[in-house]
Write a protein that binds this ligand. Structure first.
Ligand SMILES: NC(=O)c1ccc[n+]([C@@H]2O[C@H](COP(=O)([O-])OP(=O)(O)OC[C@H]3O[C@@H](n4cnc5c(N)ncnc54)[C@H](O)[C@@H]3O)[C@@H](O)[C@H]2O)c1
Length: 307
């Protein structure tokens, strides 16, 4: 099978690329390295340094003639989307339209799109399922929702099959410590460097944390088992940011050193997503427990630190 991974030099994309290689796929990564890193890429793939907002991508996709396009390339920072919504819209929605036009021109290929649960459902105390009314509260949520809708419309009129994956908060190896989205990566980096951590929402913000290798596995199996569907990729469980911080300090073996701060603009207090549809689609899908996921993540950063 031939697969394209846009955003494959990023955090989730590089984990997915490895998973697809293990499954024997022929993989091409398309990434402009704006937040990704070529060093994240494994050997044995084709890498195209290209910007998905450039309409030349349409011909590239048509030439590639892939069976699957895992479309992950995006502007992912909610606060940046508030500062520069036009950039956010261009990368996320125009970029997605270019990918869809490429698939249309190729006349072949299924799109697997990484959308967001947190920015789509808004505040939720109880796990939100896929039927919950969308309520984006940031330009990022709006551009992801519009991309989802373009995908549905292209599927209807141009018969492009799709899977929309609404991800909860992903953590694990290869997450950049510089990004704004990865609280696990930021905490691990600060704890290892013995720096004080700021914990927003006075430590009471709750998220549904999912291990990145489970996301890669879900993307692979859903690409084969789901047709024209929207599926939450989540654990249905929530953990507060203070609990998370303490678990990481305990794993690393460091004293707690933090200060509590108010919530920041554009963020929500609570986000948790129902995963029953995911579990019904993939038989015997066992999600990693957060304790194991955090242990594997800490080990990965620890080893990287020593390099
Ligand atoms: N990390 C999470 O918790 C999370 C949660 C929900 C949804 N998502 C979605 O998952 C996807 C991957 O996120 P991630 O956390 O791996 O982020 P990331 O920033 O590590 O990866 C995004 C990749 O896209 C590339 N990219 C950005 N703009 C591009 C452009 N114009 N042309 C080509 N490449 C471009 C970047 O260089 C980077 O490698 C995104 O679509 C994001 O919205 C992530």
């Amino acid at each position: 099978m031939k697969a394209i991974v846009t955003g494959g030099a990023g955090f989730i994309g590089s984990n997915l690329t490895r998973f697809l290689l293990e499954k024997g796929y022929d993989v091409t990564v398309i990434d402009n390295l704006s937040t990704g890193n070529e060093g994240n890429l494994p050997e044995g793939i084709e890498f195209l340094n290209y910007d998905i907002t450039d309409s030349g991508i349409v011909n590239i996709l048509a030439e590639q003639n892939a069976d699957f396009v895992f479309h992950l390339a995006a502007q992912i920072d909610v606060r940046k989307s508030l500062e520069d919504p036009i950039y956010d819209l261009t990368v996320n929605s125009v970029g997605t339209l270019n990918i869809l036009n490429g698939l249309k021109k190729a006349g072949k290929g299924k799109i697997i799109f990484t959308s967001t649960g947190g920015a789509m459902y808004g505040e939720c105390d109880e796990p939100a399922d896929e039927n919950r009314k969308e309520n984006p509260e940031s330009p990022y949520g709006i551009s992801k929702l519009s991309s989802e809708n373009y995908i549905r419309v292209y599927s209807k009129w141009f018969r492009i099959p799709y899977v929309i994956m609404r991800l909860s908060n992903v953590y694990g190896p290869f997450q950049s410590t510089k990004g704004e989205a990865g609280v696990v990566a930021i905490f691990v980096d600060q704890i290892l460097k013995k720096q004080k951590s700021k914990i927003y929402g006075f430590g009471k913000m709750e998220r549904d944390y999912i291990y990145v290798k489970d996301v890669a596995k879900a993307a692979f199996y859903l690409s084969l088992k789901a047709d024209n569907e929207t599926v939450n990729i989540s654990t249905s469980k929530k953990t507060s940011n203070l609990e998370l911080y303490k678990m990481l300090c305990d794993k690393i073996g460091r004293e707690y050193d933090y200060e509590l701060e108010d919530i920041r603009k554009g963020e929500i207090m609570r986000s948790v997503m129902d995963n029953r549809k995911l579990l019904s689609k993939i038989e015997n899908f066992k999600l990693s427990d957060i304790v194991d996921g955090l242990r594997m993540t800490v080990e990965w950063y620890g080893n990287r630190e020593e390099e």
